[in-house]
Write a protein that binds this ligand. Structure first.
Ligand SMILES: C[S@@+](CC[C@H](N)C(=O)[O-])C[C@H]1O[C@@H](n2cnc3c(N)ncnc32)[C@H](O)[C@@H]1O
Ligand code: SF4
Ligand code: SF4
Length: 454
């Protein structure tokens, strides 16, 4: 039973450590192997210190009730709540019961969580950074019927989120037929577009199709910055078209790729993009130095230190504060770490993520459309044959953070999973090399876990 009873004795599970940081008024209870973690206050930390392998829930409650002169039943309720929560996270274990084993992240039977489908390589823009080197249509792009056949096959077993990308997807005349088919089959549809070709009719159709999300690329908060990358007049066209999405109630975000060209503009992009989209969150892509992005990559790629500086400035400017409940007595509330920090053994390439190019070639991720990582083609084999049978994908799945020399002993390894293997390859020439943003990840995890930006 996942509940602590009066006579139960619970202890920290093996590997669980209670960390204290100077200047912070709470603790972090962390199990690196499970990657399970919780922020706890002083009261909860005191309760845990009494979990010595002998004391029962009843004993602990009595000790604290006497010490703080608080009614026993009230203390017991709080102690139980604390122990129950930590037990459910695997940070505590009942004496005599089996410890929780780390979750197996590579259950491929569920299939990929997301599939990128590049519907064309044609593009009306020639962004200087484009990882797809998009512009001209490939001679052998998938037809509507081929895409439909592929969808029919995958939905018999999988339910991936579909990321529709390109080139510019809106240049396909049958785009809405494809989107409609995906939605008819009950899949989540996320469209990426440069936003320049959106018009009233298209948006109205999207609304009736029920498209889930539209991601519009914009690489700056002003024309000078965006248009230097995406082309003259693009900024204003996108801004004009956004209203059409708003009027039709379609969920969308504006999404930049961060390079040295727009790094300093990020605070202004946050202001502008959030106000235009009505969203409170902002995200952008790390720059991948591949395709056209590989030209002048040294002038374009931000360094890890640049990101650290950027985030530090944002934190300072916005005076981000931890939502911390400083409770008196034994209302031992636990402040869980953000839910999006989960255990990872690698970045998910070839497992969670799969990418299909406009000619039907299957790759482990959208940045690794390289011949040596081509796992097959949906024209010649079924998707399932490729996903389960490709030796390339099988080998990539074996690549876990524990095998990366650069990550040995890193306290965040099961949270980070070793960073992005594609970025590591572009930076070092080796798929097993170090991710160039490692320092930034360490900074990020440290702050995300401690919750405070001290
Ligand atoms: C290749 S585009 C295709 C869809 C559409 N044409 C567009 O621009 O949004 C998909 C996404 O990749 C981003 N992107 C382009 N080049 C990139 C690079 N070198 N690294 C990371 N993301 C990049 C784009 O900004 C866009 O958000
Ligand atoms: S990033 Fe998008 S809009 Fe720009 S060239 Fe590539 S595919 Fe076209
Ligand atoms: S933070 Fe750096 S060293 Fe640690 S797991 Fe991630 S990439 Fe590896």
């Amino acid at each position: 039973m996942n509940e602590v009873l009066s006579n139960d004795v619970v202890v920290p599970s093996s590997g669980t450590r209670c960390l204290k940081k100077n200047g912070v008024e709470y603790f972090l209870l962390l199990n690196e192997t499970l990657f399970s973690c919780s922020r706890i206050n002083r009261s909860a930390a005191e309760i845990i210190s009494l979990c010595n392998g002998v004391n029962t829930l009843e004993d602990i409650s009595k000790i604290l009730s006497e010490k703080y002169k608080v009614e026993l039943e009230r203390v017991k309720k709080d102690v139980k709540q604390t122990l129950d929560t930590l037990l459910s996270l695997g940070l505590l274990v009942k004496v005599g019961e089996e410890e929780r084993s780390p979750r197996e992240d590579f259950s491929i039977s569920r299939g990929p969580g997301e599939i990128w489908l590049f519907v064309t390589n044609r593009c009306n823009l020639r962004c200087t950074t484009c990882f797809k080197n998009a512009g001209v249509e490939k001679s052998n792009e998938l037809s509507y019927d081929e895409i439909r056949k592929f969808i029919d096959e995958i939905i018999t077993v999988f339910r991936p989120r579909m990321i529709i990308s390109g080139g510019e997807p809106l240049l396909r005349r049958d785009l809405n037929k494809i989107l409609s088919y995906l939605k008819d089959k009950g899949l989540y549809v996320h469209l990426t577009t440069n936003g320049t070709l959106i018009d009233k009719n298209i948006v109205e159709e999207w609304r009736s199709i029920g498209i889930d999300f539209v991601q519009i690329s914009l690489d700056g908060s002003k024309p000078e910055i965006n248009d230097a990358i995406r082309g003259n007049g693009v900024f204003q066209r996108v801004i004009n078209n956004i209203n059409l999405l708003k009027e039709n109630g379609i969920k969308f975000s504006l999404y930049p790729t961060i390079t040295k060209l727009n790094l300093e503009d990020v605070p202004s992009m946050i202001e502008l993009f959030c106000s235009l989209s009505g969203r409170e969150t902002f995200s952008g892509a790390f720059f991948a130095p591949v395709g056209r992005g590989s030209v002048n990559k040294d002038q374009l790629s931000p360094r890890a230190e640049d990101y650290i500086q950027l985030i530090s400035n944002l934190i300072n400017e916005r005076k981000t504060m931890l939502r911390f409940k400083n409770l008196i007595g034994f209302e031992s509330k636990l402040d869980r770490v953000p839910g999006n920090l989960t255990r990872k053994l690698n970045c998910g390439l070839g497992t969670v993520t799969i990418s299909i190019d406009s000619d039907g070639s299957v790759y482990p991720c959208h940045w690794l459309h390289l011949t040596e990582y081509r796992a097959g083609n949906i024209r010649t084999n079924s998707f399932r044959e490729i996903y389960f049978g490709s030796e390339i994908l099988k080998n990539l799945r074996r690549l876990r953070v524990d095998q990366l020399e650069c990550c040995l002993g890193c306290p965040w390894r099961y949270l980070c999973g070793g960073g992005c293997r594609a970025l590591a390859l572009f930076s070092t020439g080796l798929l097993t090399g170090a991710d160039p943003y490692c320092k930034f990840y360490k900074f990020y995890f440290e702050h995300a876990l401690w919750g405070n930006w001290v």
